[in-house]
Structures are given as structure tokens and as C-alpha cells.
Design a protein around this ligand. Structure first.
Ligand code: 4NP
Length: 154
């Protein structure tokens, strides 16, 4: 297992987790921390597809080109390849625990549990929302990225 590695997980891997991946990559580069960062979905609903156009637009608002992204489903290997797996919401967390092998090496947790004052809250699914909801999701994952880099830099 690569110790300093992070996998972000949402349902479709086209909205929240690709944004989280991009936000953490930007923060890690800014802070000079070497991290392996990826994202995946609990479902295969959108496997092989690019990120949602609204997520692409939100990333672009922050100078990030997300066009490289292709959605994929979580695999069993992810639970041993990644040191840390962060779920966007409680359903993602439950699904991850169900999919996990008996002894996952990865620490699996809710993303916003790592943000002071946000314990137990979700990065709300913006799929049925509008650009504002994507901006809210970005703010959440970008804030979490700062705490994750601080934690993993120790
Ligand atoms: P994500 O958003 O889990 O943040 O990628 C969603 C993407 C697709 C669907 C729901 C949420 N869907 O129902 O297809």
C-alpha cells in the first residue's frame, strides 16, 4: 500500500469526487506534498464517462481542467491500494463498508469528518441541482482538502 494516497468516493464519480480529487491535487501541489490521488464511484452508472459538464465548469472557475477525468467504479483493489478513502455522504460510506474486504488497509471515513465543525455532514449531491450547488460542493471539498493536506503532511 502507498501510505500517502487518497481515494475520493461518491455515487457516480462524475460530480463530487472528481471535484474533490482536483481540489486536493491543487492543494497538495501548493503545499509541496507528494500524494497519490484518485476518485471512483460506488456505482458503475456512469463508468467510462467524463465528468458532468457542470462539474467541468465549476473546476474551470478555479483554473482547473477536469477534461482528463473518466468515471470508474470502486474496485476491491482500491481498499488495499489506498491509505485513505473519503466518502462524500453517509450512503457512500455505508456502501463502501459493504464493498470492503474483511481487512481493508485503507482508512475509510466521511470526508467532512475531517473539517472542524462539519462532523457527520455530507458533501450534498449536486446532481439534481444547479451551478450554485456545484459551487457549494466545490467549497466543501476545497475546505476539506486543506485539512487533509495538513493531516497527511505530518
Ligand atoms: P456524484 O453525483 O455521485 O457526485 O457523481 C451523481 C451522479 C449521478 C447520479 C447521481 C449523483 N445519478 O443518479 O446518475
Amino acid at each position: 500500500m502507498i501510505q500517502k494516497s487518497v481515494l475520493f468516493v461518491c455515487l457516480g464519480n462524475i460530480c463530487r469526487s472528481p471535484l474533490a480529487e482536483a481540489a486536493l491535487r491543487a492543494e497538495a501541489v501548493a503545499q509541496g506534498l507528494a500524494l497519490t490521488i484518485a476518485s471512483a464511484g460506488t456505482s458503475a452508472l456512469h463508468a467510462g464517462e467524463p465528468a458532468d459538464p457542470r462539474a467541468l465548469a465549476e473546476a474551470r472557475n478555479h483554473g482547473i481542467d477536469l477534461s482528463y477525468h473518466r468515471a470508474r467504479q470502486v474496485t476491491e483493489a482500491d481498499f488495499t491500494r489506498f491509505g485513505n478513502i473519503f466518502a462524500m455522504d453517509q450512503q457512500n460510506l455505508r456502501d463502501l463498508h459493504e464493498m470492503a474486504p474483511r481487512r481493508p488497509l485503507a482508512r475509510i471515513s466521511l470526508l467532512l469528518d475531517h473539517v472542524p465543525g462539519r462532523h457527520g455532514t455530507a458533501v450534498v449531491d449536486p446532481w439534481y441541482g444547479d451551478a450554485d450547488d456545484f459551487a457549494t460542493a466545490w467549497n466543501d471539498v476545497a475546505e476539506a482538502a486543506r485539512y487533509i493536506v495538513a493531516q497527511l503532511a505530518r
